[in-house]
Design a protein around this ligand. Structure first.
Ligand code: ZN
Length: 324
């Protein structure tokens, strides 16, 4: 079973775990950190399956055949527990952690150890964190906890410092591109490139976005063309873009304008140096809008987008005045 081959971006973390296991230095708590769309749950499952396996190979790979491995693939292993928010968008409750702690005194039934995966471990309130901290401070000998989180900043340092951290880096463009090309035959290389750009090189998110992502990309491109011609109606265009994630729109535009600026910088001329300033101003607008979008206090996305479009058109008319 070589599931690590499935996702090349997990390889280095998996090799690290393998080497710790080979030296019998596997810690009682691991924390997998990385952005969404990398299927880090799969890596966590791979690790616990190996820990629980009755006949793992010398390189810590689970056999895939034993009673424990069969129970893991049937998702009914009595020595393994999963903790996650009960509903999407909700936090892990303190009661869920307390229940987990109450199970820790039990001996493993089948495997040499017990395992716990805490998915979205950054989605916890203060009380739940405190309860979890107690568990991390007083580990039971034969239990390994694997925490998964994407927002490292939302985790208290006391939690992070008690876990062995495994940072999953988002794959570089070549790796992401190669994986995406091999794992679907629906999209051309050019379309794969667009999808990866829209998802910050996250191949699984790119795959999930698929056709609708490409349509979205085209619509945003034609919208921005209108804005740059100072011919857009911000209210109509905002309504049109409402179906899309505003953060994804901003990321697309950020890349677009940054590419434009780096092209301008490569071939300096009087005209180009004059239009650089408004292009920079547009990038500033994008960054400012992103900041407002990610702030929890901001409720009116519609107004924010309309303001953004007006600001872009102001800079676009400066650009056009230099190009005449
Ligand atoms: Zn096995």
């Amino acid at each position: 079973m070589t599931e690590s081959k499935k996702y090349p971006w997990h390889d280095s973390a998996w090799q690290h775990v393998q080497s710790m296991a080979e030296q019998e230095r596997l810690p009682h708590a691991l924390l997998i950190l990385g952005q969404d769309g990398l299927d880090n749950d799969q890596l966590a499952k791979q690790i616990v399956t190996s820990i629980l396996c009755l006949h793992p190979s010398t390189d810590f790979t689970a056999c895939g055949l034993c009673h424990s491995c069969q129970l893991m693939s049937a998702e009914s292993h009595p020595d393994h527990h999963i903790v996650a928010p009960e509903e999407a968008g909700k936090v892990i409750k303190v009661d869920q952690i307390r229940e987990l702690i109450s199970k820790q005194s039990l001996m493993p039934k089948i495997s040499p150890a017990k395992t716990v995966i805490i998915s979205q471990a950054d989605q916890m309130n203060h009380n739940a964190f405190n309860s979890l901290l107690k568990l991390l401070e007083e580990p039971t000998n034969n239990t390994v906890l694997v925490l998964i989180a994407n927002n490292s900043h939302a985790l208290p340092i006391t939690i992070k410092s008690r876990c062995q951290n495994l940072n999953i880096r988002t794959p570089d463009t070549d790796t992401a591109m190669q994986w995406l090309s091999l794992n679907q035959d629906q999209f051309s290389a050019e379309q794969c490139d667009v999808l990866l750009k829209m998802t910050n090189n996250s191949p699984l998110s790119a795959l999930a976005l698929g056709e609708s992502g490409l349509e979205q990309y085209e619509q945003i491109m034609s919208g921005i063309t209108l804005l740059m011609k100072v011919q857009a109606n911000p209210i109509e265009l905002t309504a049109q873009w409402q179906a899309f994630d505003p953060m994804v729109i901003m990321m697309q535009l950020q890349r677009l304008f940054e590419t434009k600026i780096s092209t301008l910088l490569k071939s300096p001329s009087t005209e180009q140096s004059q239009i650089l300033r408004p292009y920079w101003a547009i990038v500033d607008c994008i960054l400012h809008t992103m900041k407002l979008l990610s702030s929890k206090n901001n409720a009116n996305t519609t107004l924010l987008m309309e303001d953004f479009m007006v600001a872009v058109m102001q800079q676009a008319s400066v650009i056009r005045s230099h190009q005449k």
